[in-house]
Design a protein around this ligand. Structure first.
Ligand code: SF4
Length: 220
């Protein structure tokens, strides 16, 4: 567990458990489970919905067109992909990229919780309706009224003893289908940036960068 052993070893245990998991029907058609990837000490964790075709082929999250857009959005607020951690509420691809079902999200919840607990981010950016509902309603953030009403609204939740600020936004894939959404998502990312800057507090510019990139500075 975090703080009581080697974080990387714990991550390996989680990855192996996900790869051998058959707790829901999504195990039947997957080529590769997609546990997630990134900085295990990241201050910001991105929680998406489900792996797509490219992610299923490569076993990595956000590697297709939506992933390229996510990378651009990160760069837009001064973050690199390796600064953050990225995972999904279900770790295996739903057939034909359909939405994940409630029971599948529920079956995968222990892995999602284990990842959040391991990384212990200060901020979680939820990408899409399912991820936002999962985190806000499941962990004391209040009622979820749908992504259109909730995007960009900051909430606080507590996940397995970890206090987290949540910034919900649309899934980047939504902007690929509807480019008019892109400025809205960019604006939500600016909110993420402003929350980070607020968190900076007494850390100063260098301290913030060190904190963002998994440095040893203590978090508030
Ligand atoms: S989606 Fe999650 S619960 Fe379902 S088989 Fe994959 S790892 Fe297991």
């Amino acid at each position: 567990m975090p703080g009581t052993g080697n974080k990387f070893e714990e991550w390996e245990r989680i990855v192996n458990a996900i790869k051998s998991c058959r707790k829901c029907r999504l195990a039947e058609n997957r080529r590769n489970a997609v546990p997630g990837e990134g900085n295990l000490d990241a201050a910001v964790l991105f929680l998406g919905e489900a792996p797509g075709r490219m992610e299923d082929l490569e076993g990595r999250p956000f590697v297709g067109a939506a992933g390229r857009l996510l990378n651009r959005l990160l760069e837009g607020i001064g973050l690199r992909r390796e600064d953050v951690f990225i995972t999904n509420v279900v770790k295996c691809r739903p057939p034909n990229n359909r939405d994940p079902k409630e029971d599948e999200i529920e079956a995968c919840r222990p892995f999602t919780e284990a990842i959040i607990r391991l990384v212990s981010p200060r901020i979680i950016v939820t990408l899409g309706n399912h991820a936002g509902k999962f985190l806000i309603e499941g962990y004391g953030g209040g009622r979820w009224r749908g992504i259109t009403a909730e995007h960009g609204r900051i909430r606080k939740v507590r996940v397995k003893g970890i206090d987290v600020i949540v910034v919900p936004t649309y899934h980047p894939a939504a902007a690929l289908y509807n480019p008019k959404l892109l400025p809205t998502i960019e604006n939500d990312f600016k909110i993420v940036k402003s929350v980070l800057e607020k968190e900076k507090g007494s850390r100063g510019e260098q301290g913030l960068l060190k904190w963002l990139r998994g440095g040893s500075l203590e978090r508030k």
